[in-house]
Design a protein around this ligand. Sequence first.
Ligand SMILES: Nc1ncnc2c1ncn2[C@@H]1O[C@H](COP(=O)(O)OP(=O)(O)OP(=O)(O)O)[C@@H](O)[C@H]1O
Ligand SMILES: [Zn+2]
Ligand SMILES: [Zn+2]
Length: 853
Amino acid sequence: MYAKVIVDVPAKQTNRGFDYLIPEALREWVAIGSRVAVPFGPRKLQGFVVELHDRPDFDPAKLKPISEVLDLYPPLTPDLVELAEWVSQTYLCHEITALQAMVPGALKAKYERHIKVGDKDLDGAHGDLLSQGQHTLLLPIEEDIIEFVRGKGSIEIGSLLSKFTSQGSLIKQMITQGQLLEVQLIKDRMSAKKVLTVFPVEQPLQLMDWAEQLPDKSKKQKQVLLYLAESPYPIKLSDLLSELNISASTVKGLADKGYLSIKEVEVQRDPYALRTFPRTVPLTLTPEQEVVFGSISQAVNELEHRVFLLHGVTGSGKTEVYLQSIQTCLDQGREAIVLVPEISLTPQMVERFKGRFGNQVAVLHSRLSQGERFDEWRKIMLKQVNVVIGARSAIFAPFTKVGLIIIDEEHESSYKQEESPKYHARDVSIARAAQHGAVVVLGSATPSLESMYGTLPEAEQTQIGSSGNPPATLRSIGNLAKPKVRFELLTMRERVEGRPLPKVHIVDMREELSEGNRSMFSRSLHKAIEDRIQKKEQIVLLLNRRGYATFVMCRSCGYVAECPHCDISLTYHQSAKTLRCHYCGYTEREATVCPSCSSEHIRHFGTGTQRVEEELGKLFPGIRVIRMDVDTTTEKGSHEKWLTLFRNQQADVLLGTQMVAKGLDFPMVTLVGALAADTVLNLPDFRAAERTFQLLTQVGGRAGRHELPGEVFIQTYTPEHYSIISASKHDYTSFMDKEMGFRKFHDYPPFHRLILITLSHEQIPLLMRSAETFAAKLKELAKSLAPVPIEILGPVASPISRIKDRYRFQCMVKYRGEASIAGLVQQAAATLSDVEKQYKLTISIDVDPQVLM
Ligand SMILES: Nc1ncnc2c1ncn2[C@@H]1O[C@H](COP(=O)(O)OP(=O)(O)OP(=O)(O)O)[C@@H](O)[C@H]1O
Ligand SMILES: [Zn+2]
Ligand SMILES: [Zn+2]
């Protein structure tokens, strides 16, 4: 039996499985998905077993054996190993990168150089060495070192050097002469947490006997034995110490006498251990919920791989449908994965799932510590849970019988990972569900155009996009070749209990200006805020920008403060009175005079959340504002803290960036204001209108979700834009029609698919030459695909033309259908691999990009 192993080196040359022997002793332990240590050239590396077989590519006699199996259970399931191959082919990354993305960060290997006693010291004890005479006599210090290392078994080289300071060169010499041996160990970054636990070793009566026999002066020890006699259960050492107010040596003394034992016991770090979640029972479904639930549960019961797109207006009760569908799945003995966008994974969301399914739920998000995340993941692997709710990467939860995958707020662009592997969790979820015969539910009040397009019958899609195929479905690659599925549309048009959607007002800010209102609050919004404060109702204000102001500009000469390393203007931060670059972190002091013309008329422009907060304080004295943006939520738990304060009505206003727009369900919120609806609309991105419509609909949806009716104000300089008008009328259909027309006209997704290639280098000439070489090669390769329509745009400078002192050029590929364009792009990029290596050119390829900057 041989194992194919993919090693921990993300490079082109190592992007394949290498064969290794499985030593007899490890047979039982090696499986597909095992993490192993293998010799690789002079090094020892971590790798994943991706195949077991009995026909090696090379002479079996020359194969090396696997050195170690690193886990008790393989951290990856065979289906995940297969999925990794699909991810690497679809999104053009190394397979090891895809595999690594599937295991928690705690399992990423840490390579340590250790020292052992070398085999030159053949007979073990140095006494023999001396008598044999053929060895050079060891110096006493050398003997000390060898004895020390022998005692440790093996020791990290740094620790050895710090023990024997100033013996560095001697130790090096001993390694060269073979008295010491250097080995490489693979350690996990994190391991299961263990605590010392005290175990009684006998029955209570015996313990009491022992207590009796102890001399009178050992009062404390007697106390411990009597305590254990009374409650004869294992107890954490630290708990025992604090309970009896004794020292560890007391307990240790008893252990030495054999009256009790102290062992290390593995415990799980549970971020929610201190919280209790009141159990909830299924609600009686509304007729609309009933219909939707019926379709989903039927598919789950029939174990059919189907994809539903659930379009339900804000407050229509999608979560309850998810919960009951998951119950159906669990009743089947299968497992469920729920994905939510990182920022809407609020305590409220967790509570809904833990409240219904209790300890069966694991939670995975980035605000957990690495250790907590590792332990949540272990609960999944050890089958202690059967539901996981988490952000993007939870799609890789190591379940083995997935029955249902739910993606809430499926339109969210954060489901696309921006670093390699640049996967889209929505598309990966469909691939994974296909492997398991599982059902996918994509839920949103504002479904993405891609998903909506996926619901159209083939004929209609053809009509719109002539020969296009749905982009969001599974491509036929490798083992994952499955027939494409068409998405089935389910709709919920009403809020529960017939609550009305909020009334929306569009406010034309140009009019405000012309009538002399220079404030960032229109008169009508101002009045509405006053009204709610008086009624003790709550307000959500959205400003899609953080910081105090977007940029600093000189009114005399037009100078704008820009980052010296990136072509992007700096953002003013009020609290530190600094200008900061959001791309590289560069920071400088606020200037009081213009660096260009020395004028004093240099000001911050635009409005940031900090400035709104200040102005609210001035306009409404005594108003209690919670500001939530990246700057106020970096601390662990801060997100939770702010939302709890708001829920407990300890604030009147929740002001923030898009993180206040999603998923929140607060009964007292009756007013929502979008202060500058155009910020997103003005971005140079073909999805700007879609993002604007989604954001306004979502934030508006926070108002009036319970008994009290809601009202929304949208402040804008472009009140005639269809995304704003449609959002104000809750009219998804008319927005969709217009936007589909626009996308079709410009050959944008979902009618065409995109691949964005960004090249970067410190020098423009080399960069331009490389970009042109790349584009020319790609154009040549594309000819082979004719008549498949493929368009190659560029190279042009990227919208952000420089980041961290590296210039950036991009090419955009637009194509239709399922042709394997990605492969061609990779081939074209390969022609530059020498330049990449020699001159440090970087090429980044983004398949189905969400961010075009
Ligand atoms: N069948 C039901 N009977 C009574 N109340 C319900 C029912 N279903 C849901 N609700 C309540 O309605 C409110 C809105 O539901 P939920 O938050 O699930 O909406 P949603 O569709 O997820 O909205 P959004 O897209 O805005 O997040 C919640 O307070 C929920 O408890
Ligand atoms: Zn100036
Ligand atoms: Zn910068």
